[in-house]
Design a protein around this ligand. Structure first.
Ligand code: SAM
Length: 249
């Protein structure tokens, strides 16, 4: 297991608690655009703690999931007990062509060793007429979490990272077209995410940090989030996701 897998395994419970369902607007867009229906075999690559798999099972699809992080797979097994789960990710997807109708990946593609190779691998697995359906966080201007990330970067003495091209309009669609997928459609799906109190907000934004890290950076998070804080002490962030769906040839 590599360091990245360790990182995600350790974060699995917190990820599920705070962020497991944040991408629900993207899930709905992908289900609709990819024509996922009862009986569709859907592989969620980088399935994390399994919340999308549970939704797919609830819609009557056949949920298949893989993730390189054992802790994430354990969480997914609890969250989506009917899903078939296997260890692995982009670079070595653990299914064979003909076994999957739709390959989905939500906030996971950017962890692939190579983006073009990852889409080509997903398309081979989906097979002719199968679909590849991907989503990622949209640009920071549409996501209030971007404001908090920028404040944390400045606190570290760094410039906030610019948006990579996948987060910008058309980026994901262009990636799919460049990999030979046809009938590519793309869009943006928006929603909100609420932390009920300051402790929840800090723990979620600083997920993976130890107690000393939480204490040291708590005020940076809370100061940056102050304009978003409601009278009841909760904080609601606007969320936005870019998505794209294409058909394999
Ligand atoms: C930000 S989480 C997203 C999890 C889930 N898809 C969701 O939307 O909640 C990223 C996930 O990608 C997984 N991951 C890391 N490297 C990967 C790879 N090479 N291929 C596929 N998934 C990978 C991590 O283990 C983690 O579960």
């Amino acid at each position: 297991m590599n360091g990245e897998g360790d990182h995600w395994s350790e974060a699995a419970d917190g990820w599920s608690r705070y962020w497991g369902s944040v991408a629900r607007p993207a899930w709905e867009a992908l289900v609709d655009a990819a024509g996922i229906a009862p009986g569709t075999r859907v592989l969620d690559v980088g399935c994390g703690s399994g919340e999308f798999l549970a939704l797919l099972a609830g819609r009557g699809a056949i949920p298949l999931g893989c993730d390189p992080a054992p802790g994430m797979l354990a969480a997914a097994a609890r969250r989506a007990p009917t899903a078939e789960l296997r260890a692995g990710g982009f670079g070595a997807l653990p299914w064979m062509p003909g076994e999957v109708d739709v390959v989905v990946a939500v906030n996971a593609l950017s962890f692939a060793p190579d983006l073009d190779d990852a889409v080509a691998e997903a398309a081979r697995l989906a097979g002719p007429g199968g679909r590849v359906a991907v989503a990622t966080w949209a640009e920071a201007a549409l996501n209030d979490a971007g404001r908090l990330d920028a404040a944390l970067a400045r606190d570290d003495g760094e410039e906030p990272s610019p948006d990579d091209e996948l987060r910008l309009p058309g980026g994901l669609g262009e990636l799919l077209r460049a990999s030979g997928l046809r009938e590519v459609r793309d869009g943006v799906a928006t929603g909100t995410w609420t932390a009920v109190d300051d402790d929840t907000l800090v723990a979620a934004i600083l997920l993976g940090e130890d107690a000393a890290g939480l204490a040291a950076r708590r005020d940076v998070v809370l100061d940056a989030a102050r304009p978003l804080r409601a009278h009841d002490g909760s904080t609601t962030l606007r969320t936005a996701f870019r998505w794209a769906v294409g058909t394999a040839t």
